[in-house]
Design a protein around this ligand. Structure first.
Ligand code: GAR
Length: 185
């Protein structure tokens, strides 16, 4: 299974996937390309791991034009599964339809609670006692496609956004690897 990973920043979920593929934990798979919408720390980590990287900037274009260039780059490499890993842009309908049921995302809450930005802050402000992360298929609605798997994380009384986010992130790495392993096998 050829995988394309889209990132925007740190790329720790991308690293978890690349490393799990290299170690054989995710079978029958290869990361064909990591694409970022800007120069990012994550791209450097992908390069260090010998994975092809591309920067495809939005740069004054419409979302549709930007996404069309990304879709072309993925198709050129015969990508079958697109993993969003901290990719902080909304995708156009055309892109979602071009890769129907073949785009997955990781989100740092137990969806459908706390979609959108700052999910960990939303959870703290709401005062929930349990939050977590969700791996789901991407459809036309924000953070709303069919859920593949979730992991729960307890919220502690003295949590800050940073501390809670770090604890959720540990579970994100496990959840994303497990979800892609299931899809690959
Ligand atoms: C992760 O916590 C991911 O769940 C979140 O951004 C972070 C990216 O970290 N994504 C979203 O909030 C998407 N709505 P990473 O770059 O280290 O993988």
């Amino acid at each position: 299974m050829k995988i394309g990973i889209l990132i925007s920043g740190r790329g720790s979920n991308m690293v978890a996937l690349v490393d799990a593929i290299k170690s054989g934990e995710i079978p029958h798979s290869e990361v064909a390309v990591v694409i970022s919408d800007k120069a990012s720390a994550g791209l450097e980590k992908a390069k260090e791991r010998g994975v092809e990287t591309l920067v495809i900037q939005r740069s004054g274009r419409t979302r549709e034009e930007h996404d069309a260039e990304i879709a072309n780059a993925l198709r050129k490499r015969d990508v079958e599964l697109v993993c969003l890993a901290g990719y902080m842009r909304l995708l156009s309908k055309d892109f979602i339809h071009a890769f129907e049921n073949r785009i997955v995302n990781i989100h740092p809450s137990l969806l459908p609670a706390f979609p959108g930005l700052d999910a960990q802050r939303q959870a703290l402000e709401h005062g929930v006692k349990i939050t977590g992360c969700t791996v789901h298929y991407v459809n036309e609605h924000l953070d709303a496609g069919p859920i593949i798997l979730q992991k729960a994380v307890e919220v502690r009384d003295d949590d800050t956004v940073e501390i809670l986010s770090a604890r959720i992130l540990e579970q994100e790495h496990k959840a994303y690897v497990e979800a892609v392993r299931r899809i690959a096998s």
